[in-house]
Design a protein around this ligand. Structure first.
Ligand SMILES: Cc1ncc(C[n+]2csc(CCOP(=O)(O)OP(=O)(O)O)c2C)c(N)n1
Length: 374
């Protein structure tokens, strides 16, 4: 019998990991219970959101890793490809591999059995760890991920834990009483300006700040209105702009502003939960709400029947504002107070006719990292 979990933790520490983003699996509950006393832990509500946060941390000079269930890789294939592989951002993922060995849950097997082949076909580096004698390969894989600037999946077999002596399970508990006071008489004003009008109206404030922009037209409009080396332009991974911003804000001491969208927030509202819990004071999310998927032809989103500022408040982000003119948006930025800050910016569903960004994703990232980490 052996203390397998402690060995895994020690290997992660000696590989320089400083932050661990987690989403539980029953097979690794002992390992997970040891995370908070050894690393900064960020608990997740969805794995791909964690990959966005980790990308931001990594670009801010931190060394994050994920500990998740292997099913979470299924939720994350798009971001691993369109963010980590495309921009060359490292990320070691320790995944409790389910579905192939003494598996009692049918729902685990269809994906779990195919996982190595799926990773192979997706060009994502991966290794399988099935015995104590193979644990040193974890360190090699973590170091290789940071050296190659690519994601690596470390599949931890359930066999490993069979010889474990660790018993660090969380005790049973009764959730505490929670009280919420919220008055809801809001008006979402009629849109009078475009996204481009709004961006052009706040360039003085954006100057020198770290800015992360949503995939598609928002990034192109930011590039046309105010390109600078502290802008990170997304070209994929819809839904993760503010997750990347969260990671950057947690890793840097300067203000980070994300230009998000209603389609993006509604695809990944998990980010609001995570921002509300971690409370990065230097993060400002501007959610440009045109009630449409503006970059793909103005197909309507559900935002017309809701108030996204209230959604942010409901998740626990207290410092919020609304703006429907460039002047109001600038004022909301200048009077930001203590963040995290969520600004609901109401805009028309019209795009500016601006050119493509003439930079490759790796050029965007290298220029950005050079500017924000110096
Ligand atoms: C996973 C995924 N689904 C769909 C798309 C296609 N897509 C690209 S941008 C976009 C619209 C985003 O809408 P929103 O966040 O509201 O921003 P807007 O373009 O309106 O400013 C969509 C659906 C994608 N890139 N990725």
């Amino acid at each position: 019998m052996a203390n397998v979990e402690q060995e895994v933790i020690d290997i992660m520490k000696s590989s320089g990991i400083d932050t661990v983003l987690t989403l539980p699996c029953d097979k690794i509950k002992n390992l997970l219970a040891m995370v908070p006393s050894n690393f900064k832990e960020i608990p997740l509500t969805r794995e791909e959101n964690g990959i966005g946060i980790a990308a931001g941390l990594s670009m801010a000079g931190k060394r994050p890793a994920l500990i998740i269930q292997s099913t979470g890789i299924g939720n994350s294939l798009n971001v691993l490809s369109s963010l980590n592989r495309t921009y060359e951002i490292p990320l070691p993922i320790l995944a409790s591999w389910r579905g192939y060995y003494k598996e009692a849950i049918y729902a685990q097997t269809a994906f779990g059995k195919c996982l190595p082949a799926i990773l192979e076909a997706s060009d994502i580096q991966h290794i399988e760890i099935g015995a104590m004698g193979e644990l040193d390969l974890i360190k090699k894989a973590i170091i290789a991920s940071f050296k190659s600037n690519l994601p690596t999946v470390i599949l931890l077999s359930p066999r490993l834990w069979e010889i474990s002596t660790e018993r660090h399970w969380n005790p049973d508990f009764t959730p505490r009483e929670r009280r919420f006071d919220m008055e809801c008489h809001t008006v979402v004003p009629k849109a009078t300006h475009t996204r481009y009008d709004m961006i052009k109206g706040i360039t003085s404030y954006l100057s020198g700040k770290v800015v992360v922009s949503n995939i598609g037209i928002p990034s192109k409009e930011l590039y046309a209105a105010h390109d600078q080396d502290t802008n990170f332009y997304m070209t994929g991974s819809l839904g993760l702009v503010s997750a990347i911003g969260q990671g950057l804000a947690m890793g840097l001491s300067r203000e980070v502003i994300t230009l998000d969208g209603d389609g993006s927030i509604l695809m990944n509202p998990n980010v609001l939960a995570s921002v509300a819990q971690e409370k990065p004071e230097n993060l400002t999310i501007i959610c440009f709400d045109n009630s449409a998927h503006g970059s793909t032809g103005n197909q309507k989103t559900y935002s017309e029947s809701m108030d996204l500022e209230l959604l942010a408040k409901a998740f626990g982000i207290e410092n919020t504002a609304k703006a429907s003119t460039p002047g109001e948006l600038l004022e909301a930025l200048e009077k930001r107070g203590k963040g995290p800050r969520f600004i609901h910016a109401i805009i028309e569903a019209k795009n500016a006719d601006v050119p493509n960004i003439p930079l490759t994703p790796v050029e965007i990232k290298e220029r950005f990292m050079g500017a924000v980490t110096r």
